[in-house]
Design a protein around this ligand. Structure first.
Ligand SMILES: Nc1ncnc2c1ncn2[C@@H]1O[C@H](COP(=O)(O)OP(=O)(O)OP(=O)(O)O)[C@@H](O)[C@H]1O
Length: 238
């Protein structure tokens, strides 16, 4: 029986680079289900916070408490970057790769990969080189590659930045489905429409700090802080 991954708590978490504080100190908790949208002005620290939570960025101060041992926790979560790197191999091989890394047999990994190809609308493209896919197709592939191992927690950094409406809709449908299936999702987004459509909870970052955290309904109907009000009104906030 594996222990629960959540809640995850960051206590006084800060990341410094060359004497500069990029984020923190931040106290937060990832608990419950659904999707958390991380929003805020450019440079507020959204990407840095996600990377710190995923263990890609080392904390200079504070700590993160996982409910299961750290190595095991990291195994059970995934990260999708804004510009995902594709293996210079077929679509099918890109999807099968994370399963192979976890020790799944070649046949079972390829069968699961073919299934995911169909689910993301890339059925028939299994043998195509992943590097020639369109931006939207790549992002769907990256998302499927993250979901194929059934992570309990998924981080995404601007999953649909620079995608057209159709690709954005497809990505959002996949995220909503994953969340409904029990994957806890924490995603940075610049798209307030997307945050409203998908999120249960909002983290509004400003100047490296968690300026306001609230259930999405509460946040969008009545942000508590002046900065969040201004940000939602489309004013320039830094
Ligand atoms: N590797 C790095 N070295 C130095 N400074 C960095 C590094 N990465 C990010 N920063 C700085 O840290 C701050 C936070 O950046 P971060 O990318 O986390 O913000 P963000 O909210 O995700 O921004 P955006 O919305 O523009 O993507 C910014 O001032 C950025 O310039």
């Amino acid at each position: 029986m594996v222990s629960a991954l959540l809640p995850i708590r960051m206590c006084g978490g800060a990341v410094h680079r060359r004497g500069q504080r990029l984020i923190g100190p931040v106290d937060l908790e990832i608990a419950g289900g659904g999707i958390t949208a991380v929003i805020g002005p450019n440079g507020a620290g959204k990407s840095t916070l996600l990377k710190a939570l995923h263990g890609l960025e080392r904390l200079s101060e504070g700590h993160i408490n996982w409910s299961s041992p750290r190595a095991e926790a990291l195994e059970r979560q995934a990260f999708v970057f804004q510009t995902p790197v594709m293996l210079r191999r077929s679509v099918l091989d890109n999807l099968a790769f994370p399963l192979r890394l976890k020790g799944t047999s070649r046949g079972a990994a390829r069968a699961a990969a073919a299934d995911w190809c169909a689910r993301i609308g890339l059925g028939g493209m299994e043998r195509r080189a992943a590097t020639v896919l369109s931006g939207g197709e790549r992002q769907k592939l990256a998302l499927a590659r993250a979901l194929i191992t059934g992570p309990e927690l998924l981080f995404l950094d601007e999953p649909s930045a620079a995608l057209d409406g159709r690709a954005t809709r497809e990505i959002e449908a996949l995220l909503a489905l994953a969340a409904a299936d029990g994957t806890r999702i924490v995603m940075a987004t610049h798209d307030m429409g997307q945050a409203r459509r998908l999120a249960r909870e909002i983290w509004f970052l400003r100047g490296g700090m968690l300026h306001e955290a609230a259930p999405a309904d509460t946040f969008f109907s009545g942000p508590k802080t002046e900065a969040a009000r201004a940000f939602l009104a489309g004013d320039i906030v830094d």
